[in-house]
Design a protein around this ligand. Sequence first.
Ligand code: IPE
Ligand code: IPE
Ligand code: MG
Length: 256
Amino acid sequence: MKRHRVHKEKTDIAHSIDWNGLIPKHIAIMMDGNGRWATRRGLPRSAGHYAGMQTMRETISMCHKNGITSLTLYAFSTENWKRPKEEVDYIISLVVEFVQDATVQELNQNNIKVHFIGDISRFPEETQEAMHKVVKLTQANSGMAVYFAMNYGGKNDIVQAIKSYIEVNIEQNKDTSEISEAEFETFLYTGLNPAPDLLIRTSGEKRLSNFLLWQAAYSELWFTDVMWPDFNEQLLYESIRDYQQRKQRALDDITT
Ligand code: IPE
Ligand code: IPE
Ligand code: MG
């Protein structure tokens, strides 16, 4: 009985989306709540991170299946280094595992292009090597782009963009006193694909926590109390439907 109900709700939401209408092209997700998910089950926080990693795999596949063109996943922030070393090491080991296992082959077969945004130079050599390998493996792919935000901070992103802008312009002997917003944002880690249409945060927290500060200037924000390991396709559909309704309302406002 219960199973049937869950299935029905899922179908209803999927059907209430106009798949020919406005679909967010770029979705960014703050995958929050792994620790609380585990603690509530009497498990160590590491179990939450492990479960969260599985949810991340499933979410990439859901987004790919539903025609999303870019997905940015906040996996590790510049502030996350303040956590106990053991937890930080475990999260990093999960990333290495992810970029080395069969999932990556699957991403590649699905024509998905992998990027890392953030200052990855702070990670151990072998972690960086594993990251570079995946980027290289998938660089010619033309399907969905997945951006893993690792040691990412919005403030750091802006500062590194300023540094690169100055460096490039000085190299070319150009005047650095004039700069447009459009030119500036190409120097951000997100490059030519900066702005998420929809930004999702799980776990009930409602803050940006130093994520995509510049890029999210006009993103629609969507929050759920569900902890990241329990995020699923139904919630993804719910966020997309909400996004569509808000965009439709905005369109109606200018046409009436
Ligand atoms: C998000 O879950 C994952 C990372 C920040 C790596 P948390 O670890 O922040 O889980 P909570 O917020 O403590 O529940
Ligand atoms: C944001 O979650 C970072 C990630 C999801 C990787 P946090 O749980 O680290 O955020 P704060 O520090 O509680 O705001
Ligand atoms: Mg958290």
